[in-house]
Design a protein around this ligand. Structure first.
Ligand code: CS2
Length: 487
């Protein structure tokens, strides 16, 4: 084994690799982060790294995984250090991030994670756990039938879910006379803070009414819009980065130059001075969030499912295909009028930038990666906008095509699933080959809860069924051309 990135080797990094300008032994934790995936490490951990380097030394991160030990195993021997590779075209800028001070693996030792969260020095619990970890049922409420939620209610000292950990830590802080931490969801959910606050309150209400009232009243959950494209790290990235830094890094992270973070400024226990490093602190994040969820994430999902159907491996491959590119322009034409007006959102400028970001060939962002968890993503990215348009008497051809492409891509998956969905076991029971497309789509809407309470539900089902029929009859490429040819 050659040299490995760590505190005692960091001094040997070549000058072209930037690194935290600080003595890490003087840092103390102020944040516990749940979900230590690549996204957290390319985004929030980078902003905190800048704050620490600027002397805000008490905001270090204790990063916990709620599932696998992989990240801890890779980063603990490196003292939490890792390389962030910012790539565009032939250019790659390397920076070693030093804001993660410790790593925990919740299933191995839930008590250690609770203890970390109870420490009064911790003032923020942040989360990137993906949509599915919010464990909502088809009605959008907390899924009380979920076995992990049931576990957390019957055995609060050994939780498994975000709710179990957060609420147990809040109970203990309260008993010790310590103020609650702020809970900051950094996931792509609509009104993520508000939604998390409601679900936390529902969970607490299962323990006692009084606890629910306490959570509702005392726990601040600011909403936030997070934006940075972070593909999964590949073997070739590890090899290239090791070469460039002259030592091994078991888990570097690759990302794009663009990064954006808009946060509602409600942190009763304080926060890092993020605004010094390009973060926008606002009163209401909703307009920024809806623009991003629909224009960026909605287009991403479209590219993912169409890409899967057409055998296009990466987002930039898809953007280079004229039909797909035209489709995305058409999708944006449907989505833009659904955004709040007069908020300075500049959707034309925004989509022009997205076109450039999606076309970044250095990212190798796999369509299969984005295709995961469609049942959790499509409501806020596509379905809600489709219903709004239908209710206003407008067309929703592109939007309904995305849902049909998802269904067709689910059907086209081989047994070794290229992508997965938390509802896979229920989706597997559906007969995708049934001749009655409307019925198939209806069952899928029932299973996922899509458009459950919307008046436009049956209209949308009909549109999706028509698109699905076209895709199945003439093939995805022709179906796409038929649609974009009309525009
Ligand atoms: C993507 C997002 O995988 C996905 O669902 O749409 O992870 C996307 O890359 C980020 O939200 C960009 O900020």
């Amino acid at each position: 084994m050659g040299t490995r990135l760590a505190d005692d080797t960091i001094g040997r990094l070549p000058a072209k690799v930037s690194q935290p300008g600080l003595d890490r032994s003087t840092l103390t934790p102020g944040i516990v982060h749940l979900g230590v995936g690549a996204f957290h490490r390319a985004h929030q951990a980078m902003y905190v790294d800048q704050c620490l380097s600027a002397g805000q030394r008490d905001w270090g991160i204790i990063a916990a995984s709620l599932r696998s030990p992989q990240t801890r195993d890779a980063l603990q021997p490196q003292d939490g250090l890792y390389t962030l590779a910012v790539r565009e075209g032939a250019e790659e800028r390397l920076h070693v991030v030093g804001s993660i001070l410790d790593l925990l693996v919740a299933p191995e030792n839930p008590a250690a994670l609770i203890a970390a969260m109870v420490d009064p020095a911790i003032r923020i619990i942040s989360l990137t756990v993906t949509e599915k970890a919010y464990l909502r049922n088809a009605d959008g409420h907390l899924d009380l039938n979920d076995p992990d939620i049931r576990n957390d209610l019957s055995d609060p000292e050994n939780p498994r879910t975000i709710y179990g950990f957060i609420v147990e830590a809040l109970v203990r802080r309260r008993a010790a006379g310590d103020a609650p931490f702020t809970v900051l969801s950094c996931d792509n959910l609509p009104a993520n803070g508000k939604t998390l606050h409601r679900l936390l309150t529902e969970f607490a209400g299962q323990r006692s009414r009084e606890l629910a009232e306490f959570v509702a009243r005392e726990v601040s959950c600011p909403s936030t819009m997070v934006d940075r494209i972070v593909p999964a790290t590949m073997e070739q990235d590890r090899a290239r980065i090791a070469d460039a830094i002259g030592m091994t890094d078991a888990w570097p992270v690759v990302t794009e130059p663009f990064s954006d973070w808009v946060i509602e400024d409600r942190f009763p226990q304080g926060r890092p001075e993020w605004e010094r490093f390009g973060v926008t602190m606002v009163e209401d994040v909703a307009p920024f969030e809806i623009r991003k969820l629909r224009l960026l994430n909605g287009a991403h999902s479209a590219i993912a499912y169409i890409g899967q159907l057409l055998g296009l491996k990466t987002v930039s491959d898809a953007m280079a295909a004229t039909d797909v590119r035209q489709f995305i322009d058409g999708l944006w034409r449907e989505l833009i009028p659904t955004l709040p007006q007069d908020k300075g959102l500049e959707p034309q400028l925004y989509t022009a930038k997205l076109t450039a970001r999606f076309s970044n060939t250095a990212l190798n962002h796999l369509t299969a990666q984005i295709a995961n968890d469609g049942s959790q993503k499509l409501p806020q990215r596509i379905i809600e906008a489709a219903c709004e348009r239908l209710s206003a008497g407008a067309s929703a051809e592109y939007l309904s095509f995305v849902v049909a492409a998802w269904i067709a891509a689910l059907q086209a998956r081989s047994t070794e699933y290229a992508f997965s969905d938390p509802l896979d076991s229920q989706l597997a029971k559906i007969d995708f080959d049934a001749s009655d497309h409307t019925q198939t789509v209806e069952v899928i809407f029932d299973t996922t809860g899509f458009a459950k309470a919307a008046q436009e539900r049956s209209k949308l089902i009909q549109l999706v069924a028509n698109q699905l029929k076209t895709i199945q009859t003439i093939g995805p490429k022709q179906a796409l051309q038929k649609l974009t040819g009309k525009a």
